[in-house]
Ligand binder design. Structure first.
Ligand SMILES: Cc1cc2nc3c(=O)[nH]c(=O)nc-3n(C[C@H](O)[C@H](O)[C@H](O)COP(=O)(O)OP(=O)(O)OC[C@H]3O[C@@H](n4cnc5c(N)ncnc54)[C@H](O)[C@@H]3O)c2cc1C
Length: 373
């Protein structure tokens, strides 16, 4: 299904009704408690949103990436954090594309109704970081199965998920495994990492865990390729999250700029407040156009989608960063108080600003510059 087949305004209206009970105060409380948004997750399951990208034969609605991008944007625009919903909608894409029928039939209907949480991909390692070609985590063949040895860091939601995709190296190259933590969770050590935001991030250790070959996801040696097939839409979802954060801060800043009076006039009458907000608005609108262009190319299966989605992510995350700066100026000292929700959104904004590898990708693949790594 493509964007032209769905009424996105109608979808936004539906979403806003679903999200009404989950305003900024709900998110502030979760943020303070570093807790999982159980009530929001249940409401999104009830609304069928987790099936946005899952084909109908496994219970999904299959309405396409534009809708998924609107879902995460609306959650963040309402003052929330779409991390969990983004993960549940999008990570299963690898299973949809590269899983076998038994795996898909077993798990996808539960992903749609929310009874199976599929929230984690464990790729990053302590020593390799951004460089996924130098994995030290391994799977070695053992009869008709595998023995996994893995050390992963910065893994989101690993303590809250039932399914986890694990990327490890084998003699034949990087390979994915689909771990069901209801079955092997005792052998998967997870330790929380304290972060600037409530991203529920962990380190993950697996020591000599034997698994059957049926747990492998996709071809042996094809793990990175399988993951990369999902990169373009996932960049757009990150862009949409950043845009939602930006619009939340911009909306509130504009109200504050009109209402707050100092020196006998609204602060928004001062160019020192007006111009940063206007620049931020321009950056957000421009990044949003890039987001829709990337979605157009993704839906058309156009090879240019990859570069376009990278640009959408870069521009949207920078626009959100710029908006956060403008919100700081607008709210002054109150920007740092939890009461106004700006400081929390400012922290959420930091999650999206790591763009170096995307810049390298665009430099090489779009601009034809020499390969950087
Ligand atoms: C909130 C959060 C959640 C995350 N969730 C997950 C998850 O669920 N699963 C997962 O697998 N990973 C996750 N990550 C990890 C994320 O993918 C890594 O942070 C990222 O891959 C970079 O690794 P690193 O942080 O070790 O940085 P490093 O690799 O140490 O890099 C440090 C800096 O140097 C830059 N850099 C490195 N090499 C180059 C180069 N060749 N050219 C230019 N710049 C370069 C990087 O861009 C970065 O800015 C998460 C990270 C965060 C912050």
């Amino acid at each position: 299904m493509t964007t032209s087949d769905v009424d996105l305004e109608d979808i936004r209206r539906n979403l806003r009704a679903t999200l009404a009970p989950f305003g900024p105060d709900y998110w502030r409380e979760l943020d303070g408690a570093r807790a999982f948004p159980d009530a929001l997750f249940a409401a999104m399951a009830e609304g069928g949103w987790f099936g946005t990208l899952i084909p109908e034969r496994w219970g999904g609605a299959d309405v396409g990436p534009a809708v998924a991008s609107v879902v995460v944007e609306e959650i963040n625009r309402a003052g929330g954090d779409a991390t969990t919903v983004n993960a549940q909608m999008a990570i299963c894409g690898t299973l949809v594309r590269d899983g076998n029928d038994e795996q898909r039939q077993r798990y996808l209907p539960g992903v749609v109704d929310g009874s199976v949480r599929f929230l984690s991909v464990a790729a990053t390692e302590p020593d390799s970081g951004a460089d996924m070609s130098t994995l030290l985590s391994t799977a070695r063949r053992d009869g008709d199965g595998w023995v996994l040895q893995a050390s992963k860091v910065l893994i989101s939601l690993a303590e809250h998920t039932r399914l986890m995709i694990l990327l490890v190296s084998t003699d034949e190259g990087p390979t994915l495994f689909l771990l069901d933590l209801d079955e092997v969770g005792d052998a998967v050590e997870r330790h929380p990492i304290e972060m600037i935001t409530n991203r529920l991030t962990t380190s993950v250790f697996i020591d000599e865990l034997r698994v059957p070959d049926s747990v492998r996801l996709g071809p042996v040696g094809g793990g990175l390729k399988c993951l990369m097939k999902g990169f373009a839409p996932r960049r757009v979802f990150a862009a949409a999250e950043a845009l939602g954060n930006a619009r939340f801060m911009l909306d509130r800043s504009l109200v504050h700029a009109k209402e707050r009076v100092t020196f006998d006039r609204p602060i928004g009458q001062n160019q020192g407040v007006q111009y940063p907000l206007t620049h931020a608005y321009a950056s957000v609108e421009a990044a949003d156009l890039m987001r829709w262009d990337a979605l157009r190319l993704i839906e058309a299966d156009d090879p240019g989608a990859s570069g376009r989605s990278a640009l959408a992510k870069i521009l949207a995350s920078e626009a959100a960063w710029e908006t956060a700066r403008a919100a700081l100026t607008t709210f002054g000292g109150w920007a740092l108080s939890a009461d106004y929700h700006v400081e929390r959104k400012l922290r959420d904004t930091t999650v999206f600003v790591f763009n170096n590898l995307l810049l390298s990708y665009v430099a090489e693949r779009v601009l034809g510059l020499p390969k950087a790594y």
